[in-house]
Ligand binder design. Structure first.
Ligand code: ZN
Length: 223
């Protein structure tokens, strides 16, 4: 939120901590998608988004990954909107106080994503976030990956869903806005541990003066 977009952890090191997840890249250059132990970058500036595999030495300023272990697996057999599917997913949670990892492979009638555009640290996130390219695709097969954060951990992360999408043919993806699923397999994992890394060698982070109230307002506005 405060414009500290410099990467401080390599993708190679990140992948040692999990095989599924989300994030962004150095200079907030697009959306990071971690699927089956591989890291992909979705970026967009023109007509179509671009998906590339990320090299292990690429740096990331923010990411969340988990060794995904499905605890509940169900088949979604008929068409549903994202809101309807989220309600069904939540009906399988044991209480509402654990982070959940989510993996949904399926056929989507509609998928709507956005991409954070690469930016310099002079621009605040809330400002950058008002100009995000958005893309839509009809009838696309692929995988949604991400997390559900409990209300009690709002602040550590943002409460609710944070999902990224990548198509099977690696031509479409990004930060999920909304979708309609036709059918698919939904995997839900319960996260039993939270390990937060800090950029201990990043002078910009170490000496930054954060305006916490402003950051809270910006999170409300951007997410
Ligand atoms: Zn995202």
């Amino acid at each position: 939120m405060a414009g500290l977009y410099g990467g401080s952890l390599t993708v190679g090191e990140l992948l040692q901590h999990g095989d599924l997840g989300i994030g962004t890249l150095d200079s907030i250059d697009g959306e990071l998608i971690v699927l089956d132990g591989k890291a992909y970058q979705a970026k967009g500036s023109g007509e179509k988004p671009e998906i590339v595999e990320v090299s292990p030495d690429a740096l990331i300023p923010y990411a969340a990954v988990v060794p995904h272990q499905a605890e509940v697996i169900f088949r979604q057999r008929f068409e549903m909107t994202d809101q309807e599917l989220e309600e069904r997913i939540e009906s399988y949670y044991d209480g509402e106080n654990l982070f959940r990892s989510i993996k949904i492979h399926g056929d989507f009638k509609h998928m709507h994503v956005r991409m954070i555009p690469k930016s310099t640290s002079e621009r605040k996130f809330a400002e950058v976030a008002t100009h995000q390219p958005e893309y839509r695709r009809e009838n696309v097969s692929g995988t949604i990956v991400g997390f559900w954060t409990p209300e009690i951990f709002h602040g550590v992360s943002v409460a609710g869903y944070h999902l990224h999408f990548i198509s099977d043919d690696l031509t479409f993806g990004g930060h999920v806005m909304d979708f309609v699923i036709e059918e698919g397999i939904v995997e839900l994992g319960a996260v039993d541990q939270l390990d937060q890394r800090f950029p201990v060698q990043d002078r910009k982070y170490l000496f930054a003066k954060f305006d916490v109230d402003e950051m809270k307002r910006d999170i409300e506005q951007s997410e």
